[in-house]
Design a protein around this ligand. Structure first.
Ligand SMILES: Cc1cc2nc3c(=O)[nH]c(=O)nc-3n(C[C@H](O)[C@H](O)[C@H](O)COP(=O)(O)O)c2cc1C
Length: 329
């Protein structure tokens, strides 16, 4: 009985942390989110990768599929928009509203020149007047619970501190800080030391995002911000589907991991097959999944190589079972 009470107590302690799935265009799509939620269920909210206007003022089919409520049923999601100005914001936000969503995330982080050259994503960090116009319209014309995901700046990691007054004015439900500049893309290390002074001047909870792969990573940030309990994770989860469980202090035996890893793969593969009839597209989806999933095997490079070299879906089906036999932990 005492053990059981202790177990409940430890679980309650562990559940103090909230974990959110970072949006990764092309990777954390609705199939991935649905399967992860079904099997692991330890993520509080899944952020949908952005929707934005492509050439011809169209939204890509893949982005629309990701937004459709029927593809997200039973999964707690928040859609994200990537826009350059008030006009684009209104069109995208209306689309999100028309699909029945009450929450919306604004992307101020996309670092790619294709977006920033059009004034989108991280570029808005250097356009405070445009940003204010967007936010004024977003808060006055819509009734969304609005959250914001942003980087430290385009090239100067102090830029975000110059936006403090703007960030403090609007009633954001969540602020998500990824402490890299746009010119770093996702490569150089995220500068964690920017987080504590930012939390201090904002004087409110902020979600930390960037390079979380282990409990040590959380501890390192907690050393600087002791109350920190909200985390957004992307590549770490894609690479290790047990990561959130591990961060929650859950013990998973090697046998259980082996079983779950295979079950997760089969569920993902089966669900992609239900949604993608084109074999080439299906193979591309599985290769994308494996580009991170391979990291949870003993020899990630070899594991991924064997998937990558599959020139057809049939070859992939022949190749992947050996990975589970040869490179399992
Ligand atoms: C391939 C790729 C696609 C991404 N797509 C998006 C996106 O659609 N929206 C967004 O806000 N961030 C996007 N990001 C950034 C991630 O959400 C996240 O901020 C970044 O990967 C750092 O977190 P992590 O180290 O936990 O992965 C993307 C990153 C990558 C590598």
């Amino acid at each position: 009985m005492i053990n059981f009470v202790l177990y409940l107590f430890l679980n309650a302690m562990a559940s103090n942390d909230l974990f959110y799935l970072a949006p990764l265009q092309g990777f954390t799509d609705y199939v991935y989110r649905k399967c992860y939620h079904q099997l692991f269920g330890d993520i509080d909210t899944y952020y949908i990768p952005y929707i934005s206007f492509a050439s011809g003022h169209k939204i890509r089919n893949s982005q629309m599929r990701d937004l459709l409520p029927e593809n997200n049923s039973g999964v707690p999601v928040i859609p994200q928009i990537l826009c350059s100005d008030e006009v684009e914001m209104k069109q995208l936000a209306s689309l999100v509203k028309d699909h029945g969503y009450q929450k919306l995330n604004l992307n101020l982080g996309c670092p790619y020149p294709m977006a920033t050259n059009r004034g989108r994503g991280a570029a808005l960090l250097e356009k405070p007047d445009e940003l204010k116009r967007i936010l004024d319209a977003l808060f006055s014309d819509f009734e969304f619970e609005v959250s914001l995901k942003f980087r430290a700046g385009m090239t100067d990691e102090q830029s975000i501190f110059q936006l403090i007054e703007i960030l403090k004015v609007y009633p954001f439900t969540q602020l998500i800080f990824h402490p890299r500049t746009a010119d770093q893309l996702y490569k150089a290390e995220a500068n964690r030391s920017l987080f504590a002074p930012f939390v201090q001047v904002m004087n409110r909870p902020i979600i930390y995002n960037g390079d979380i792969n282990s409990i040590d990573d959380l501890d390192e940030i907690r050393k600087m911000v002791p109350d920190q309990n909200q985390w957004m994770i992307g590549r770490g989860v894609l690479s290790n589907p047990f990561l959130i469980g591990e961060l929650n202090g859950k013990e998973i035996s090697p046998e259980e991991k082996k079983r779950l890893r295979l079950e997760f793969h089969e569920l993902i593969f089966e669900t992609y097959q239900q949604h993608f009839s084109d074999k080439g597209q299906l193979l591309m989806k599985m290769k994308g999944f494996w580009s991170y999933f391979a990291n949870s095997f003993t020899n990630p490079h070899k594991a991924f190589k064997s998937v990558k070299k599959s020139s057809s879906l049939d070859k992939f089906k022949q190749n992947y079972p050996a990975i589970f036999q040869n490179y399992e932990f």
